[in-house]
Design a protein around this ligand. Structure first.
Ligand code: ADP
Length: 191
């Protein structure tokens, strides 16, 4: 199995690059944000529990998030690997993921950080808002999620650096050029 964590701020281009990675390497995409949104759309018990937290741009508690992700991993018995997008966002989540994979004789093989500064992502979303006419409310929530990333989530990176799993890719530039750099890093680990 090859398990990849893609890491980056909202607006860093994670979604765009994840799509390209999935197409090329056929990894199973696991986005905890998508999972929560699906629960909310289907109005499940979990969806009801998390809707107000998500709408405020805060993180959902670790126990809920970890359980949901582990259950999802178990559904894909035939996957040749996973791309984790939006998880882990905290050290307890990172440790829980390691323990979960270890039990199965698997591991996180590689963590790619799509590196874009806070100023640049805020600039990007302000530009996007101008062209899309996005509601101010949505804009405020996005800013809150970016703040959450730079204040909290980013502290997960040293954990992976210490385990020699972190590769930092410059997220500023042409989409295809960024993807080429990502591919090189994956090819070095994916053998
Ligand atoms: P983005 O990266 O654009 O902020 P996501 O789709 O990854 O968006 O996440 C949306 C929201 O879902 C987060 O703001 C948070 O409330 C919740 N969420 C997603 N993943 C996690 C996680 N690993 N831990 C806690 N909350 C999460």
């Amino acid at each position: 199995m090859f398990n990849l964590v893609i890491f980056g701020s909202p607006g860093a281009g994670k979604g765009t690059q994840s799509d390209k990675i999935i197409e090329k390497y056929h990894l199973q995409h696991l986005s905890t944000g998508d999972m929560f949104r699906a629960h909310i759309a289907q109005n499940t018990k979990l969806g009801q529990e998390v809707v107000s937290i998500m709408n405020s741009g805060q993180l959902v508690p670790d126990d809920i998030t970890i359980k949901m992700l582990e259950e999802e991993i178990l559904k894909h018995k035939d996957a040749k690997g996973f791309i984790l997008d939006g998880f882990p966002r905290t050290i307890p989540q990172a440790k829980a993921l390691d323990a979960f994979f270890e039990e199965k004789g698997e591991k996180v093989n590689l963590v790619i950080q799509l590196d874009v500064s806070e100023d640049e992502v805020k600039h990007r979303i302000n530009e996007r808002a101008k062209t899309s006419g996005r509601a101010d409310d949505a804009q405020d929530k996005l800013i809150k999620r970016i703040d959450e990333y730079f204040q909290k989530t980013i502290h997960v990176l040293p954990y992976y650096k210490d385990h020699n799993k972190l590769e930092v890719i410059n997220g500023i530039g042409e989409i295809d050029a960024i993807f080429e750099n990502i591919s090189k890093v994956i090819d070095n680990h994916f053998k």
